[in-house]
Write a protein that binds this ligand. Structure first.
Ligand code: SAM
Length: 409
């Protein structure tokens, strides 16, 4: 079979596929029990551009299928993320937003976890958020929100109505947007001459190092690195001026981008670019090793869950995360192996996980009674979950993790 290729969304170069997860459902399409509605499936495969190094999905899912009134992810669902956004907002208020009448735009403001701090400080702001349900939650907190997709037209209308932005911020959203061309033209027009575009997204080097293949799903269209981001922004008259590794969501990088030549480039940029070159981050050898590690994780996880089932142990899951969709469907895990999954998001409770159809229940059901084992699908919030559920450990329960490898804690 010939290797599969596609055209790079950034530079039109050749994207070479390196892993195929097969047919997958939408990661956030939690299903009503008894629903006879046809589930939407697409081919989840990932490739790297031979020219600009950008790692990207081979197939794009239409955006309205993913981001709509019922979009279930709430930024404020984790206390760790709430603290992260509060600290981020305070950082902006103390620096970039400390001049006269500053203005900040957030792309993908969700339920307003970051902007509520900005709004409380009385600073001009605009959240751009297409998912109506979460946008309404933010508006109810007194945050100014435009219910829309951010793209060039939205940016130009914002510029017309409010003037240039000192900061454009985006967390866990820019990597969700295949139409980069439109977004970055909009950013370049809206950003003030001295402003910064700051975005944070899962870091491909962390995904490779930890075999966190569950970061790959429909919404995560791009898996960024310093190298691919630097190449991407240059095409729009912008420049990568700073990078910072973050522990959020299992390993991210905060990229700071500015108009080319408007700011000094920090030493951290050259350092991360050098590390990526030395690692051979998108070399064939690295990508093949990643693929082999993904297959090994699947085998070990299935072996563990099957042996627990055969020994008559009760196993449930913790965190019906979007990430869990890739693990469950790629590994073929259903309610025969994992009885139910607890999740604190009301919009997911009482529903079934996409494709694998495992019931989602309230976290309170976890202790009724405690199971023998719990698979930590929310592994990126491990410290928060394990501390909150100390009673499970005290009752003799054991956690199962699969990142960076299958381990029983
Ligand atoms: N920024 C929040 C955070 O980090 O918790 C939300 C992240 S959530 C994973 C992704 C968000 O991006 C969703 O709320 C979705 O509706 C929004 N989104 C998707 N495409 C967008 C676009 N073109 N412009 C603005 N927001 C978008």
């Amino acid at each position: 079979m010939l290797p599969t290729t596609s055209e790079c969304r950034i530079c039109s170069g050749v994207v070479n596929e390196f892993f195929d997860f097969g047919r997958q459902p939408l990661a956030d399409a939690f299903r009503e029990p008894g629903s006879d509605e046809q589930e939407f499936f697409y081919r989840l495969a990932v490739g790297a551009c031979a020219d600009c190094t950008m790692v990207q999905l081979m197939e794009e899912v239409p955006r309205d299928r993913m981001f709509h009134n019922g979009y279930p992810y709430h930024s404020s669902g984790s206390v760790v993320m709430q603290a992260h956004f509060e600290e981020t907002a305070k950082g902006f208020l103390a620096a970039e937003l400390s001049g006269p009448d500053p203005f900040i735009v957030e792309i993908g403001s969700n339920d307003g976890a970051m902007l509520k701090v900005i709004a409380a400080a009385g600073v001009r702001h605009l959240g751009v958020e297409p998912s109506g349900g979460v946008a309404d939650l933010a508006a109810a907190e007194g945050i100014t929100v435009r219910k829309d997709f951010f793209e060039e037209s939205t940016a130009l209308e914002t510029l017309e109505a409010h003037g240039t932005a000192d900061v454009i911020y985006s967390a866990n959203t820019f990597s969700h947007i295949p139409y980069v061309d439109s977004v970055l033209k909009g950013v370049a027009a809206l950003l003030s001459p001295t402003g910064s575009f700051v975005f944070e997204d899962p870091y491909f080097a962390d995904i490779v190092e930890r075999t966190s293949f569950d970061q790959i799903y429909d919404e995560h269209f791009f898996l960024f690195s310093a190298s691919s981001v630097a190449n991407m922004v240059t095409r729009f008259g912008l420049e990568l001026v700073d990078v910072k590794r973050l522990p959020t969501h299992g390993g991210e990088v905060r990229y700071t981008v500015a108009h080319a030549g408007s700011r000094p480039v920090s030493a951290a940029v050259a350092e991360l670019l050098r590390e990526e070159r030395e690692q051979g981050l998108t070399s064939t050898a690295t990508l093949e090793r990643f693929g082999a590690n993904v297959e090994a994780t699947r085998e070990r996880l299935l072996e563990k869950l099957r042996s627990l089932r055969d020994a008559g142990k009760r196993v449930v899951g913790y965190g019906a995360t979007a990430k869990s969709a890739t693990v469950l469907n790629y590994c073929g895990i259903d309610s025969d192996l994992v009885e139910f999954i607890c999740d604190s998001t009301p919009a997911k409770q009482g529903r079934l996980t996409p494709g694998s159809h495992i019931p989602v229940r309230k976290p309170e059901d976890f202790a009724l009674p405690y199971p023998d084992y719990a698979v930590l699908f929310a592994w990126n919030h491990a410290d928060e979950v394990i501390a909150k559920e100390q009673g499970f450990r005290d009752a003799g329960g054991r956690w199962i993790r699969y990142v960076p490898e299958v381990t029983v804690l």
